[in-house]
Design a protein around this ligand. Structure first.
Ligand SMILES: [Zn+2]
Ligand SMILES: [Zn+2]
Length: 127
């Protein structure tokens, strides 16, 4: 009997770093476009869709600032369509973590959004 050590090959997408056991999957991931960053850290944004505050039992609109950006990550239609109602997107997207004060319970919260689910708030600069 001989011991066999099998090397597990995997293929990595150069765009997002995700590893796939299957070459075709990695290739199709890499073929996907990558969206441009729409927001930067510190940008003021608001969410397109309302959220529900469990503590205050009412819906509200999240308004806050981008505190972190992760990605690019492969676009996941399951998450995007079910979670955000977004069916059109790039092969790779960024996730924006926003921090905001809940207008219903006044607590500071954070949430992750894709760019398509956020709107920029134009800030008025004082002269
Ligand atoms: Zn990828
Ligand atoms: Zn709340």
């Amino acid at each position: 009997m001989r011991q066999v050590t099998r090397k597990v090959k995997s293929y990595r997408c150069d765009k997002c770093g995700t590893e796939y056991p299957n070459k075709a999957d990695a290739k199709s991931c890499e073929a996907g476009t990558c969206e441009k960053k729409k927001f930067g850290i510190g940008d003021a944004v608001r969410a397109r869709h309302s959220r529900f505050c469990m503590a205050a039992q009412r819906g509200y609109q999240a308004k806050g600032r981008v505190v972190a950006i992760t990605g690019p990550e492969p676009y996941d239609p399951e998450v995007m369509i079910k979670g955000f109602g977004i069916s059109q997107a790039h092969g790779h997207i960024y996730w924006y973590e926003i921090e905001y004060r809940c207008p219903a319970c006044r607590r500071v919260k954070s949430a992750l959004y894709p760019a398509e689910a956020l709107l920029a708030i134009r800030e008025r600069r004082r002269p």
